[in-house]
Design a protein around this ligand. Structure first.
Ligand SMILES: [Fe+2]
Length: 325
């Protein structure tokens, strides 16, 4: 994933959230400040408005954990304290009430911030376990077919990089990444004598082999959060001119994730050392793939792919080995 792009969108989102919290605090403070305390009906509104200060605290806790909740509580304390000192100095009974309000504000901030932090930690661990299980499964499958366990991980890295350059981000990028990682999971259903056969396959063997995209998609129906990934898995051997399998769909009928994947997969196949073929250089691989724009590959994907500097590919290939073994 392009780290810079992700950081930029995260920063933008954080700024937006800080803005929402500050606007909420300001609107509540102004509403509270300007609402008179008589008659009794308006006093009720005045008191109710100060209770609303809990909303920005809860938002800050949800978005920025304990630190955010405490900073929101501090901002509210400063705003509310100036109101208390300027408008309620000497009203002992009301001041006691207001001290109670401060206690509510700070205890809510501490508890909400702490609980949200714990919840997020638990979710992060769960997500890491889920991703780790998928990676372990894929590496085991890769080890069966390839000399290295890193094929699918590298393809995932390449596909993510092309996708990011094409402006894909957020959930769409996560789904594409998962589809690229799991693309050959259906080979679990292909017998060794076909999968590992050195010579060319007979037509009946080829038919069995070519079932693996659909087997993979079927397997993924039972795995949570892989709906879109399953679509990419099913289409990962389709070709842009319609000569691929299993459906023989063409052009934009092939999901974009699968069109991006096809380039990443072929690039890895060419640049990896294999028993029957030595690795070609990155420049040669890019040139060969570019020749197949419009036949095997989507020309728009190829246009982006050829513009990626060679050092990006080397960096991704090296980082896959370091991070995942
Ligand atoms: Fe495949």
């Amino acid at each position: 994933m392009n780290i810079h792009t992700t950081e930029t969108s995260n920063t933008r989102r954080s700024r937006l959230r800080i803005g929402v919290i500050l606007i909420a605090v300001s609107l509540i403070a102004l509403g509270h400040w300007w609402t008179p305390v008589a008659p009794a009906g308006l006093l009720g509104v005045h008191v109710l408005l100060r209770k609303l200060f809990l909303i920005p605290i809860l938002l800050a806790a949800a978005w920025f954990n304990l630190r955010g909740a405490l900073l929101a509580a501090l901002a509210i304390t400063l705003v509310f304290l100036s109101h208390v000192l300027l408008q309620w100095g000497g009203h002992t009974q009301e001041n006691v009430n207001q001290i109670g309000e401060f206690v509510t504000i700070w205890s809510t901030a501490i508890l909400a911030g702490w609980l949200v932090g714990k919840e997020k930690d638990a979710l992060r661990r769960l997500s890491q376990t889920y991703e780790g299980a998928l990676v372990a499964l894929v590496m085991a499958l890769d080890a069966r077919e390839h000399d290295t366990q890193l094929h699918s991980l590298r393809v995932r890295g390449y596909a993510e990089h092309i996708a990011t350059k094409m402006g894909i981000s957020g959930n769409a990028l996560i789904e594409l990444s998962r589809g690229a990682l799991l693309h050959d999971i259906g080979k679990i259903g292909v017998p060794d004598n076909i999968l590992l056969k050195k010579g060319s396959l007979t037509s009946s063997e080829r038919q069995i082999m070519q079932k693996h995209p659909e087997i993979g998609a079927r397997l993924l129906r039972n795995v949570p959060h892989t709906d879109e990934a399953g679509i990419i898995v099913c289409a990962h051997h389709e070709k842009f001119d319609g000569t691929g399998y299993p459906k023989g769909i063409a052009g934009n009928d092939i999901p974009l994730g699968a069109r991006i994947f096809a380039v990443a997969d072929a690039f890895d196949a060419l640049t990896s050392e294999r028993p029957y073929q030595g690795a070609v250089t990155i420049a040669d691989a890019v040139e060969r793939l570019a020749r197949d724009a419009g036949s095997h590959f989507d020309p728009e994907v190829i246009a982006v792919f050829v513009g990626v500097p060679a050092e990006d590919w080397s960096r991704i290939a090296n980082s896959v080995g370091e991070n995942d073994l």
